[in-house]
Ligand binder design. Structure first.
Ligand code: ADP
Ligand code: MG
Length: 338
């Protein structure tokens, strides 16, 4: 008799969760991206114990149909793509249909949702298993509360860093999401302390002000440029203000904050001698392009992407940064901040 079996769905989900849900910040990222994909103009995040105890994300997006709710927690279940052609023109942040299944498999989840033309409902899950669904009065939109994260994966729970480190990672994640979507009003609270508030008026500079403060915001210069394939909008902080690592160079491709060594390097080359050795700039670069040119299906978290014309974009970035800063006739000063 053969010895190979298909794993039960819950177990398969829990294994897959290892890739998508590494830490509390991953949950925050997935929930907020879903809110953005649902067309939200307002997203509120509440955290307790650096997200380990509670992560609650509330949006005013289109909400769930009650009949879809249980299906949304199945693996590879999504409303965002239908067939293989869609894979080449992804306009949403999600499309893999993995996040809710993965998150739910390693936590307790409460989902409250309401569509404009339907009644509200609440669904509770534990370890991915639906425990109850009830009608409830709620506003149009969705609220997902994730508690007891990693309750059934003790190794993962143990591997988490200190609360301060996890919270820093969540903050970084939310800052990137807010920078990618200045048109969305974000509020973020950690145990009653406000971590972030943006006004959602679409002005990226004001998001930078909310995140980096007045001193930095006063030093922003903005430039735009384009090629046949790419439209770039660069918000560069003058090199009077620098940081000790590259984390403050934010790259946003079609509304998604990504990590890309070559593009970051191009920003640094653009600043070049204006930066003191070992210091890095604060900058946000927004790039718009045909989704055909970008492959986001490289890694489950979609932070890394492949570009078909990366060199062209690198050159555009390098030249735009260089030219803009040169036009400003900048004289680097030695004033440095942490
Ligand atoms: P994906 O985002 O890749 O489609 P998810 O597991 O994150 O997969 O979500 C599954 C589905 O649940 C989504 O395709 C969407 O239809 C629905 N969904 C998730 N979050 C929300 C939300 N905040 N508002 C409305 N629908 C949502
Ligand atoms: Mg998603």
């Amino acid at each position: 008799m053969g010895i190979i079996r298909e794993l039960p769905e819950q177990l398969a989900n829990r294994i897959a969760a290892g890739e998508v849900v590494e830490r509390p910040a991953s949950v925050v990222k997935e929930l907020v991206e879903n809110a953005i994909d649902a067309g939200a103009t307002k997203v509120d995040v509440d955290l307790q114990e650096a997200g380990i105890h509670l992560i609650k994300v509330r949006d005013n997006g289109h909400g769930f149909h009650e009949e879809d709710a249980a299906r949304a927690f199945l693996r590879h279940a999504t409303s965002k793509i239908r067939d293989e052609h869609d894979l080449f023109r992804i306009r949403t942040l999600g499309f893999r249909g993995e996040a809710l299944a993965s998150i739910a498999s390693v936590s307790h989840v409460s989902l409250k949702s309401k569509r404009a033309d339907e009644d509200g409902f609440e669904m509770k899950l534990e370890g991915g298993v639906v425990k109850a669904t009830n009608p409830t009065a709620t506003n149009v939109g969705t609220e997902i509360a994730v508690s007891q994260l990693f309750f059934n994966t003790p190794a993962r729970l143990k591997y988490l860093k200190t609360s301060a480190t996890e919270l820093a990672s969540i903050t970084d994640t939310l800052n990137r999401l807010a920078l990618s979507h200045p048109e969305i009003r974000f509020t973020v609270f950690h145990e009653e302390k406000e971590l972030l508030r943006t006004n959602g008026n679409g002005d990226l500079k004001q998001v930078m002000l909310a995140i980096y403060g007045r001193q930095v915001a006063a030093q922003i210069v903005t430039a735009s440029s384009k090629t046949n394939d790419y439209t770039l909008s660069a918000h560069l902080v003058r090199p009077e203000v620098t940081r000790s690592n590259k984390q403050y160079v934010t790259l946003i491709l079609n509304g998604r904050s990504i990590k890309n060594f070559a593009l970051t390097q191009s920003v640094l080359e653009g600043y070049h001698t204006l930066l003191p050795i070992g210091r890095y700039p604060i900058a946000v670069l927004e790039v718009k392009m045909d989704p055909m040119l970008i492959d986001v299906n490289v890694h489950p978290t979609k932070r890394e992407v492949r570009l078909s014309k990366e060199k062209e974009l690198c050159q555009l970035i390098r030249e735009t940064v260089q030219l803009t800063l040169r036009e400003q006739r900048l004289i680097p000063s030695v004033k440095q901040e942490p």
